[in-house]
Design a protein around this ligand. Structure first.
Ligand SMILES: NC(=O)c1ccc[n+]([C@@H]2O[C@H](COP(=O)([O-])OP(=O)(O)OC[C@H]3O[C@@H](n4cnc5c(N)ncnc54)[C@H](OP(=O)(O)O)[C@@H]3O)[C@@H](O)[C@H]2O)c1
Length: 230
């Protein structure tokens, strides 16, 4: 396989493994201290990737919030926040979404070849639209990001994207935050959907750290030989 970025997958989930509820627009799973931890992780990455459904449902800004962390990045010759990346097959993304309008980070949209023209018409003025092939495969997205200088990638959901990165064995490190409540509705999105994952009862992942952060717990797994603790 060609070179790809060191990849960290980060997400919060309920005790019963859901990423959100079906009733609320965006279900807060974390607490302030953990949001700040995630902010530090973001600040240390070159790019943050989310699926198009997360852009549509959650309207995330995907910016580094702390002014001090922004300033540290700028002092290193970087933009205040990492590159924002999304993946789409249908290209139904609103150019006015915060993903595109908030902050001055570079934005990349990896789009299936079939809807590339539509995506370029709609999103060309606000993002770089990349032909990601048909079907779009995350290992190719990762390799392309690497050629664009992304050495450290943070994947922040949702479940469809998690499933592909994990089943394609593209994740070096997993940060799983468990919120102290249940969602209890199978219509909600789970952390991952069905798939053949490289970690199973015969090949157990390595638990690298358990950290209590107020009322949530961070489980940190090393998923590859490349795992680093820095
Ligand atoms: N708790 C957390 O930490 C967390 C974090 C992020 C998101 N979430 C939640 O997760 C939910 C969304 O999860 P989700 O699984 O429904 O969606 P998702 O993973 O955010 O996005 C899925 C979409 O991404 C595009 N996509 C993904 N893989 C693709 C491929 N190989 N080829 C082409 N397009 C591809 C498609 O977009 P098109 O439909 O445009 O073709 C697909 O519908 C949201 O409700 C959000 O609240 C939770």
């Amino acid at each position: 396989m060609a070179d790809r970025p060191y990849t960290l997958l980060s997400c919060g989930m309920s005790i019963d493994g859901y990423l959100d509820s079906v009733t609320e627009k965006r279900l807060p799973l974390s607490n302030d201290a953990d949001f700040d931890r995630v902010d530090a992780v973001r600040a240390a990455c070159d790019a943050i990737l989310v699926g198009a459904a997360t852009v549509r449902n959650d309207n995330p800004r995907l910016l580094v919030r702390s002014k001090a962390r922004q300033a540290e990045r700028v002092a290193r010759g970087l933009r205040p926040s990492p590159i924002k990346v999304t993946v789409t097959g249908r290209a139904h993304l609103d150019p006015c979404a915060d993903f595109f309008t908030a902050g001055d980070s570079e934005k990349l949209v990896y789009c299936a070849s079939g809807t590339l023209a539509e995506a370029r018409d709609r999103l060309g003025p606000v993002a770089t639209v990349v032909d990601a092939g048909q079907p779009v495969e995350m290992h190719r997205v990762s390799e392309d990001l690497y050629t664009r200088g992304v050495q450290r990638l943070m994947v922040e959901g949702g479940g469809t994207v998690h499933t592909q990165f994990l089943t394609e064995d593209l994740v070096d490190e997993l940060h799983l935050v468990v919120a102290p409540f249940f969602v209890g509705d199978s219509r909600a999105r789970r952390f991952v959907s069905d798939g053949r994952f490289p970690w199973n009862p015969k090949r157990r992942a390595t638990l690298a750290e358990v950290r209590q952060i107020g009322d949530v717990v961070l489980l940190r797994y090393a998923l590859s030989e490349r795992f680093r603790t820095d």
